[in-house]
Design a protein around this ligand. Structure first.
Ligand SMILES: NC(=O)c1ccc[n+]([C@@H]2O[C@H](COP(=O)([O-])OP(=O)(O)OC[C@H]3O[C@@H](n4cnc5c(N)ncnc54)[C@H](OP(=O)(O)O)[C@@H]3O)[C@@H](O)[C@H]2O)c1
Length: 216
């Protein structure tokens, strides 16, 4: 596989930020994305300092116009690898405590945006990596909307794999990840990054990273 350009949604923090550094160290050029421009500039400078190229786009994925601008930039840059990572994590509340606004926003960012981005970029992509969650495989209390978004993403992706598509899709289902050093009872970030990269190279379709079953 050639060292193609990668779009990583939600790379201003957390897992996306780590993925951006990891892929850039492997020689890929990175198109960073998020809403927090200050954090995007920080990660862009870090990547540039390591001798790799990175640009960024500021876009709220719940806004169709901004989503379109992101996709236009991705097309212009001839992005070959798309990592659908941006996500709103679960507030851990029962459904009755969530407003329409909470529900719409989480479904828009976690489910609708990846669908629209894949659909818009489908002619140029070689690889799609969807960062799902163990909650996309297992039902959990007080996670109804987060689970809906992740189960929806899984259903979308599994169905798409049966179509005549020109790109490979890898769906990643992790338990908690140590995206910052103080986080306890979570999987080692380097283990997660290496596992995702290797699975992509091997053109695997599914990667379950269950920290409960591993000594990580
Ligand atoms: N961390 C874990 O333990 C874990 C476990 C399983 C699955 N996951 C999945 O991994 C992914 C990343 O999680 P994380 O823990 O790294 O989360 P995080 O640190 O909260 O980062 C989320 C990223 O998504 C972006 N984002 C959120 N809302 C957005 C919006 N409306 N428009 C554009 N960008 C938006 C954020 O950027 P801005 O703030 O700049 O907008 C940020 O870069 C998610 O899909 C999550 O479900 C994480």
């Amino acid at each position: 596989m050639s060292l193609n350009k990668v779009l990583i949604t939600g790379s201003s923090s957390g897992l996306g930020n780590h993925l951006a550094l990891h892929f850039s160290k492997k020689g890929h050029e990175i198109l960073l994305h998020g809403r927090n421009e200050k954090e995007l500039i920080k990660i862009k400078n870090k990547i540039n300092k390591n001798g790799s190229n990175a640009e960024y786009v500021v876009a709220d994925l719940s806004n169709n116009h901004e989503l379109e601008l992101l996709c236009n930039k991705a097309k212009k840059e001839n992005i070959k690898i798309l990592i659908n990572n941006a996500g709103i994590t679960c507030p851990g509340l029962p459904l009755k405590e969530l407003s329409y606004k909470n529900i719409d926003f989480m479904i828009a960012v976690n489910l609708i945006a990846p669908i629209k981005i894949i659909n818009t970029l489908n002619k140029i992509l070689d690889h799609v990596i969807n960062i799902n969650s163990m909650v996309g495989l297992e039902a959990k209390k007080n996670r109804s909307i987060y689970a809906s978004s992740k189960w929806g993403l899984r259903g979308f992706s599994e169905s798409l794999k049966k179509e005549e598509i020109l790109y490979k899709i890898l769906d990643v289902y992790p338990t908690n990840i140590k995206t910052w050093p103080e986080r306890e009872n979570a999987m080692d970030i380097n283990f997660v990054l290496n596992s995702i990269y290797d699975a992509m190279l091997k053109e695997e379709e599914e990667l379950i990273l269950d920290g409960r079953k591993q000594d990580v």
